[in-house]
Write a protein that binds this ligand. Sequence first.
Ligand code: GDP
Ligand code: MG
Ligand code: ZN
Length: 223
Amino acid sequence: MANPDQLVLVFATRNPATNLRKLDRFLVVAEVNELTAVICVNKIDLTGREAAQRQFHIYEEIGYQVIYTSAVTGEGVAELRACLKDKISVLAGSSGVGKSSLLNAVEPGLGLKVREVSQATGKGMHTTRNAELFPLAEGGYVADTPGIRALALYDLEPWELDAYFREIAPLVENCQFSDCSHRHEPNCAVRAAVEDGRIAPERYESYLRLREEHEMLDKSAYE
Ligand SMILES: Nc1nc2c(ncn2[C@@H]2O[C@H](COP(=O)(O)OP(=O)(O)O)[C@@H](O)[C@H]2O)c(=O)[nH]1
Ligand SMILES: [Mg+2]
Ligand SMILES: [Zn+2]
């Protein structure tokens, strides 16, 4: 596939429940690959726009574009369409968040298969199998991926994560220790920012979890 210009990370306000850890992981993937990340929060018809904004405003605050949509009511679809215009975009997100529905709304005529939700389990069946690149009438291309949940961040040293959390990156030079892990060291600028609300606790939590994961990966590489 041609190099994409942007990664559109699709999440649902509910059904399936929002997984912010996953969003933070995707954002790191985007930063590592120097891809613009746009966050699309779908199914706002289920919660209302305000509730969705309360949940996602922390991402707007750190500079990501967040588009609030409903493939059912059409709200936000024009904004999403404008965002996709003339670019090569990859839509990523868990199955069931509404990626195919959104693309059908953006581009009537695509006729992408929307999965049926099983009445018995409430879980959907997989219908999107392989990534395909669709041309958009207004210009640009978009790929509907089968989900990039398998995306791991192998070639990354734990401390390199600092650079990929936008709000953490500029602070680390103020930590007392240059190899600060931002966990327990004295005079840590990152923890200070978490304590006085400049960094959202959820984001800090994601940072710590990803870092831990990388430390494990690092260790297992030598075993
Ligand atoms: N309420 C609501 N349901 C939606 C919305 N978008 C998609 N759905 C439903 O969510 C389910 C999964 O949609 P689909 O487009 O197949 O998701 P995908 O797996 O991400 O491609 C289907 O039952 C859709 O009808 C939305 O904005 N609001
Ligand atoms: Mg789909
Ligand atoms: Zn620190």
